[in-house]
Ligand binder design. Structure first.
Ligand code: C5P
Length: 238
């Protein structure tokens, strides 16, 4: 299910310090990007860094993968919306009450409402480790792929706007839940270093498979010519 519009490029700002992130962002000035702030950078730069990015007219995806009691996550989501971020993440494993409470809280501030993206099984889980977790929870070991599709199917009407999924699950999501926005990490341009990503697709493949957005980190941030690398990837996403 290929998209008629370009796939959005989200650049993961995986820098330890805010200054390095801001310098990098300035280098990308004028490109149609969204910048993802994850736990590490948020712990060092905090809300002030997000405010500074927004002040510099940048679009921000705050990827904190929240999971707590429903009231805490809903109130945290409200604070995050006040920062004018465009997308946020929470764990689908937090359950329907948590996800629905976040959706309700954010529906009360429609002008600031970020996209709510659900996270399923982290790709750092291998089959053995996930079997161990699911067996301890339910008495039965599950395979990561089955849990991912089960979680997305269950959560599809909880008020999520989309999901973070690997290229492996993308076709399943696009076919069965076409209204969900799909954000896909694990992207590598042809011939580039895979780093620690076990299974990767190229930007063009992700676009062909219908990804609404891709997350790319090191192929851009660790490149000797980051702006050129970003421009090359943008070309492949149209
Ligand atoms: O492109 P690179 O591997 O450097 O990107 C890493 C980014 O993608 C990190 O910010 C990480 O949080 C995110 N990510 C991932 N795999 C997932 C989900 C998110 O690599 N399954």
């Amino acid at each position: 299910m290929s998209l008629s519009e370009p796939t959005q490029l989200i650049v993961a700002l995986d820098f330890p310090k805010p200054n390095a992130a801001l310098e990098f962002v300035d280098e990308m000035k004028g490109l149609p990007l969204v910048f993802k702030v994850g736990l590490e950078l948020f712990m060092s730069g905090g809300p002030d860094l997000v405010r500074e990015l927004v002040h510099r007219k940048q679009r921000v995806f705050l990827d904190l993968k929240m999971y707590d009691i429903p009231n805490q996550v809903a109130k945290a989501a409200q604070q995050l919306a006040f920062l004018h971020v465009e997308m946020m993440t929470l764990h689908i494993a937090g359950g329907s009450v948590m996800v629905k409470q976040v959706a309700k809280e954010l529906s009360e501030i429609p002008n600031l409402r970020p996209k709510i993206l659900g996270v399923t099984v982290l790709t750092s889980f291998d089959d053995t480790h996930w079997a161990e977790v699911t067996k301890s929870l339910t008495g039965h070991p599950a395979r990561p792929g089955d849990s991912v599709s089960g979680m997305i199917a269950a959560a599809s009407d909880w008020g999520l706007d989309g999901v973070v999924c690997s290229a492996k699950e993308l076709s399943y999501v696009r076919k069965n839940f076409p209204s969900l926005y799909t954000v896909v990490p694990g992207i590598r341009p042809q011939g580039s270093d895979q780093n620690d990503q076990a299974r990767v697709v190229t930007p063009a493949e992700a676009h062909q498979l219908g990804a609404h957005a891709v997350v790319v980190g090191r192929p851009i941030t660790a490149s000797s010519q980051p702006r050129k690398s970003a421009e090359a990837i943008l070309k492949d996403l149209c």
